[in-house]
Design a protein around this ligand. Structure first.
Ligand SMILES: Nc1nc2c(ncn2[C@@H]2O[C@H](COP(=O)(O)OP(=O)(O)OP(=O)(O)O)[C@@H](O)[C@H]2O)c(=O)[nH]1
Ligand SMILES: [Mg+2]
Length: 323
């Protein structure tokens, strides 16, 4: 889903300014083409061309804005829920609808302006008609001023949505802070997610993928989340929604070298079990653990300790559930 590439939404003033500039440019280019008629007739025709170009430019900008947003009703569930959590879905839909209407209205105005100027009786009348036409185009654009501002706000929020492909088989990597989630993502997919020796390094949902028999297996690295749903910050909410709506399975990481007691890590694993997804347990940092400790843990808990075996388990689940 491409929320990252929506271009900035201009304000109504910017749209009008650009439209006037285009109108001026068009008039300059058009002027030499006017050869027939009296000076007054040519002036009328020129103003008509200018105003038409202004209205067309405003209409084109407004339609481009609407088209740059995804269709809100046709979004995959994860993104629909993300919008619900971070924005006002109805307001977003209404804003897009209002801007679409404004685009149609400016285009309609461009068509009507021809008749307007042919009725000019003298130069003063022509200028009055020109002012009136400018006022009409500006007011159609100004009427959606608030909606444009809301769309820009929405764009900035949606830009930070995780770039997850909803159609791909998806593995969520979860576990306590600092257990090695990002490290594992990088090992599985060759991504370059940030890794650091302190907890809470990951602040966005990193995603990467690896190929398996011409299919993309998508992996998302979640922030080390400890909070309850009510207390979640926006990024933890995103992780929660991704786990619920996008993930087909979870890789849960245990880390016996950190300060978090195994019982706490078990509790989080159990909580994640409520999502109803298959969980594969991965024990990290076995290179710096005592062998006996690893053996003891693996006797108790079905788990993998190397990336190749983990990949094998992931692809087996993929084949069982997805093919
Ligand atoms: N020795 C060893 N160190 C590891 C391994 N995996 C991760 N680490 C180290 O553990 C620290 C944390 O790794 P990250 O991958 O950033 O952990 P994370 O779970 O993504 O951390 P947060 O995003 O903060 O929740 C880093 O210093 C890593 O180098 C491993 O298999 N062996
Ligand atoms: Mg991380």
């Amino acid at each position: 889903m491409n929320f990252q590439n929506i271009p900035p939404v201009d304000t109504s003033t910017m749209i009008i300014d650009v439209a006037f500039k285009r109108g001026g440019k068009h008039a300059t280019e058009y002027k030499p083409k006017l050869k027939r008629g009296t000076h007054f007739e040519r002036q009328g025709k020129l103003e008509q061309e200018r105003l038409k170009a202004i209205a067309k430019s405003a209409g084109a900008t407004l339609s481009r804005i609407v088209k740059s947003f995804p269709s809100i009703d046709a979004l995959p569930e994860l993104y629909a829920r993300l919008i619900d959590e971070t924005l006002d879905t109805d307001k977003l839909k209404q804003s897009l609808a209002s801007v679409a209407t404004a685009a149609r209205n400016t285009n309609k105005l461009a068509g009507e302006l021809g008749k307007t100027f042919s009725s000019a009786k003298d130069k003063k009348h022509l200028l009055a008609l020109k002012r009136q036409a400018i006022g009409r185009v500006s007011s159609v654009v100004k009427r959606v001023d608030k909606q444009l501002l809301y769309l820009e706000k929405a764009r900035k929020i949606m830009r930070d949505f995780p770039a997850i492909k909803p159609e791909a088989f998806t593995v969520a990597i979860a576990g306590f802070p600092n257990v090695g989630k990002s490290t594992l993502l990088n090992k599985l997919t060759g991504s370059k997610a940030e890794i650091d020796e302190y907890a809470f390094t990951t602040k966005t949902l990193n995603a990467g993928s690896f190929e398996y028999r011409h299919n993309k297996i998508q992996c998302i690295d979640t922030p080390g989340t400890l909070a309850r749903l009510e207390k979640m910050n926006p990024i933890e909410k995103q992780a929660y929604l991704a786990m619920k709506y996008a993930a087909h399975m979870i890789v849960y990481i245990y880390d016996l070298t950190e300060e978090y007691p195994v019982e706490d890590q078990e509790r989080l694993e159990k909580t994640l079990g409520k999502y109803g997804k298959e969980i594969v347990v991965y024990l990290s940092k076995t290179d710096i653990l005592e062998k006996e400790l690893v053996q003891k843990f693996r006797k108790k808990k079905d788990s993998v300790i190397d990336v190749e075996n983990l990949k094998k388990q992931i692809t087996e689940i993929f084949e069982d559930e997805f093919l």
